[in-house]
Design a protein around this ligand. Structure first.
Ligand SMILES: Nc1ncnc2c1ncn2[C@@H]1O[C@H](COP(=O)(O)OP(=O)(O)OP(=O)(O)O)[C@@H](O)[C@H]1O
Length: 458
């Protein structure tokens, strides 16, 4: 068989074996010329590769080759220039095929490594940079430029919803844009484990290893997931080392620093620390406001009719400090509500549509804090606030404090009563009712309470 004949056979092989199999296993083979009589040599990139092709596609290859050159009876797989590293009699010497073998052979090898999809919205252009994330952003940018690998791995960590996944996807998009040939694989540590277990179950560990070792950039999200999962850790470690040895870029994310991940093997921990470890700090007010403004502008570009009162974004940035995901969700909900009811976004709409989010993100205020603040405000001693005296000077501030406890904490009436010198829950109920009435009637009390509430929530 000549080189030209091998070239001419490619289309048929692609059709016979399917595009996936063809691209993964056949296209990388190089024609190596005839060996001795009846034997043709094909060069495979690695020994494993040759063995795999020989075992899984040897018979088909031989059958196709013999349609154009009937003298060929055997294919010999060499590893590039190392001769006879792998040789095969292909179909001739193959062990009888079992049903499982057949099913496995029919599955495209790339089944074990479908990339997790990348979110189109997660790019550098949509990532808002502020003090808390500027270092992580700069490191991600650097890696996304491609070129020589400077830090390996890049380890990004931070609390929930602070933008780790966003940055990883942004790197993947940018790298693929700069070099579409690059094999960039992004997946979560959970998916890595799942594929590993699948490969074990289907006896396709060689596929698994080969596929993971053939990527150019590997990104594993939420790596803390593999802690305590011994075999997955082991496999991850080997994959990691193989890629680092080949100078391939690895990017890892986790919800905490490597040395804080419990049940992680020490050798993995130290490997993870060997590159650049950067963290995404909790957001600050400016970053939250920047994110809200950017997202609102993007929304306004699609919906020019959007009306929003001044101060709404500032209020949200101030009140929702948990994480960016919650912040984004709140904004999306506001947009949806406003378009459903056909009203502009103002503070009333904020309170109506986001009551639960605002409640959940409320700072936890303690009964004691309330008692202290109210006592201070009315210039009485804490012991008098809690004690048995019923004179108006103490009783009114006590009722106000009870009212604020009901309003600002999740404590039950009996619990509040207990904390006010062991009073009964009906006393608390009465106090709350009285202050609710007074707020309607007495603007001084109403102002006082509003001021106290703000001071406590600040
Ligand atoms: N700096 C930022 N600029 C714009 N959007 C951001 C920023 N940080 C986070 N986000 C958005 O917040 C949401 C949550 O971010 P992401 O999924 O990247 O968080 P994560 O750190 O991976 O969280 P988890 O630990 O839950 O996986 C995403 O929609 C993301 O686009």
């Amino acid at each position: 068989m000549t080189k030209e004949q091998w070239g001419a056979l490619q289309d048929t092989l692609c059709k016979t074996l399917g595009e996936n199999n063809y691209k993964t296993w056949i296209a990388p083979l190089e024609y190596g010329g005839p060996a001795n009589e009846g034997v043709v040599v094909l060069h495979a990139p690695t020994g494993f590769f040759g063995t795999y092709v020989s075992q899984n596609f040897g018979d088909v290859l031989l059958a196709q080759i013999s349609t154009i050159d009937r003298s060929i009876r055997r294919i010999q797989f060499d590893v590039a220039n190392r001769s006879a590293a792998v040789s095969s009699h292909a179909a001739v010497s193959a062990a009888p095929e079992t049903r499982v073998d057949k099913a496995m052979r029919d599955l495209p090898a790339s089944d074990l490594l479908p990339d997790a999809p990348l979110d189109k919205r997660f790019t550098f252009s949509t990532f808002v940079v502020g003090k808390p994330n500027e270092l992580a952003h700069a490191a991600a940018r650097r890696v996304a430029e491609g070129g020589p690998v400077t830090f390996n791995p890049l380890f990004l960590y931070g609390g929930v919803g602070l933008g780790k996944t966003h940055l990883m996807h942004a790197i993947a998009w940018e790298l693929s844009e700069r070099n579409p040939e690059l094999r960039v694989v992004y997946l979560s540590a959970e998916q890595f484990m799942y594929r590993f277990v699948q490969a074990l179950r289907e006896k396709r560990m060689m596929d698994f290893k080969q596929l993971f070792r053939s990527v150019d950039v590997l990104m594993v999200d939420d790596v803390q997931f593999i802690a305590g999962k011994d075999s997955t850790q082991e496999e991850f470690f080997h994959t990691f080392n193989a890629l680092v040895d080949q100078n391939k870029q690895i990017i890892i994310s986790a919800d905490r620093a490597p040395d804080e991940i419990k049940d992680l093997e020490n050798r993995i921990r130290s490997r993870l620390q060997s590159g650049l470890v950067v963290d995404l700090h909790p957001t600050d007010y400016e970053l939250r406001l920047g994110i809200l403004q950017t997202k609102t502008e993007a929304f306004r570009a699609q919906n020019p009719d959007l009306e929003m009162d001044d101060g709404v974004l500032e209020f949200l940035a101030h009140r929702i400090s948990t994480n960016v995901r919650v912040l984004e969700g709140a904004l999306t909900r506001l947009f949806a509500f406003s378009s459903l009811v056909g009203k502009p976004i103002n503070m009333d709409l904020v309170h109506d549509s986001l009551a639960d989010v605002l409640r959940a993100s409320e700072r936890k205020i303690s009964i004691e804090e309330i008692q202290r603040k109210v006592a201070e405000h009315y210039n009485i001693r804490l012991s008098d606030m809690i004690g048995p005296k019923r004179v108006r000077n103490f009783a009114r501030p006590r009722q106000i404090a009870m009212y604020l406890c009901k309003l600002l904490t999740r404590r039950s009436l009996p619990e509040i009563g207990r904390r006010f010198g062991g009073r009964d829950h009906t006393t608390v109920m009465h106090g709350v009712k009285r202050i609710t009435e007074l707020r309607q009637q007495d603007s001084q009390i109403d102002d006082d309470i509003e001021m106290l509430r703000r001071a406590l929530e600040a």
